[in-house]
Each structure stands twice: as C-alpha cells, then as structure tokens.
Design a protein around this ligand. Structure first.
Ligand SMILES: [Zn+2]
Length: 243
C-alpha cells in the first residue's frame, strides 16, 4: 500500500510508555494540532506503577486530565507494565491493531536514544514495528480491520538525553501564548511527578533553546523516522541556523 500525504482531517496518534511522556515530550505540538482542529488520540502503555511518586489510580487520573486540557482522547493499553516493557512481536501486533482502528496520518512515539528510561526507547521500537505491520495486508492477526499506511512516524524526546545525537530534528513552532499555556497546564496536571523535580521548567527551557535556534520563542523538536518529502524547494524556505 502506498503511503498517502497527511491530511488535516486525519487524526494524529501519540504513544507514551508512561502517563506523562506525551505531555512532556511533545505536548506543545499536540496543543497546536488540536487547536487547529485536528483529532489527536493518546495511547499510554502503563499506569506509571513503578514510579517513585503517585499511585496508578492517581497517575491515570492525571493523564486523563492532561489529555483533556490538550483536547486529546486517551486510552490505556496493558503491555508488560511500567519498567518491564520487552520487545515482543505480540506487542507490535497489538499496537498495529490500534493504528488500524484509529487510522492516523501521523504517529508520534518516544525516541530510540538509549540513554533514557528503557520503556521509552523500547516503546519507540515497538511503535516503529507496529507502523510497518499495520500496512501489511496478509497478517491474519490483524485481519479484523483493513491495512493502514501512515503518512509519517515522528519521534519525540521525553528528556534532553533522549534527543538523538547527530540527527537534525524538525522544529515545530509552539510559541503562541495559548499553545504554551495549554501545554504548561497539561504538564502541571501531573502533580505527583512534580515532587521528583520541576519537569515543567525543564521542558519549557528545552523548548526555549530550540526556539532560539529557530528564531521563535518556543519550539519542540521531532525526529522523522523516514525522509520527509516535499513537492519543491519552495516549501523548505525556513531553517534554524541562528548560531
Ligand atoms: Zn516515561
């Protein structure tokens, strides 16, 4: 099946290993998309049960509130549990089934950089495999729904160490005050996690640095899994080259 160009009418599907990963790693991008009228669906693959702070019940509630603040829908999927995620074909097939149900234009997943929580990069790999399996027509395990080819898989970095070294990101301008406000509120909804350290400040500072590179107030980086395709050089007029 040939991938089709992404259309604003098709949803975005974001995967997170823990209840706060999506908000911290790409919440500004999500806020921007939902405010532009695009449907966004979150799939969270644990309830943060191995975290230092917060119970699974509390963390699930925080995630639901954060998703609401960003205008996204959310579901939890049980894989191996927090801090126990393994690479298994069965997991990729399960996630591929979700991709076939939601039929997104773009999929967001944690980056594959290894110096971060192991659930993050393992989920990134499972999602990358799932996007491939979702488009294969002959898989019996997935034949309840027609195959689906996504337009693009984009990786986000939950922390500075999760930013893939030696790869240039695509920077998304999230500077509009209402976008920064919605993103900040969604991060602050994870109240239990603020006891560990001030993650909101950390993410806003990261976005500020990427924004300064791009000549805007705040930007969030994403790393495409595949080469981006443009119709002409005219669509490539902006670049971050401020230093
Ligand atoms: Zn995490």
């Amino acid at each position: 099946m040939k991938p089709t160009p992404t259309s604003p009418s098709e949803p975005i599907l974001a995967f997170g290993a823990h209840p706060d990963d999506i908000e911290f790693g790409c919440g500004g991008v999500i806020a921007r998309e939902t405010r532009a009228g695009r449907a966004v669906h979150f799939v969270v693959c644990s309830r943060g049960e191995a975290g230092t702070n917060g119970t699974p019940t509390l963390r699930s509630a925080e995630a639901r509130r954060a998703a609401r603040l960003l205008g996204a829908t959310l579901e939890f999927v049980r894989l191996d549990g927090d801090a126990q995620l393994e690479i298994r074909a069965a997991h990729s097939l399960k996630l591929a089934g979700i991709i076939r149900r939601v039929r997104p234009a773009a999929v967001l997943a944690p980056s594959l950089a290894s110096n971060q929580h192991p659930d993050h990069y393992r989920l990134g790999q499972l999602v990358r495999d799932a996007t491939r399996l979702a488009r294969y027509g002959g898989l019996q395990a997935l034949n309840a729904r027609p195959a689906h080819a996504i337009g693009q898989l984009l990786f986000y970095a939950v922390s500075p160490d999760a930013e893939p070294p030696d790869l240039q990101p695509v920077l998304i301008d999230v500077s509009a005050p209402e976008i920064v406000a919605a993103w900040t509120a969604a991060m602050e909804a994870h109240v239990s996690q603020m006891k560990t350290r001030n993650y909101v400040d950390l993410q806003l500072a990261r976005a500020r640095v990427h924004g300064l590179r791009a000549g805007v107030a705040h930007a969030q980086p994403l790393w495409p899994n595949d080469p981006l395709v443009f119709d002409s050089l005219a669509a490539m007029t902006r670049a971050a080259a401020r230093f």
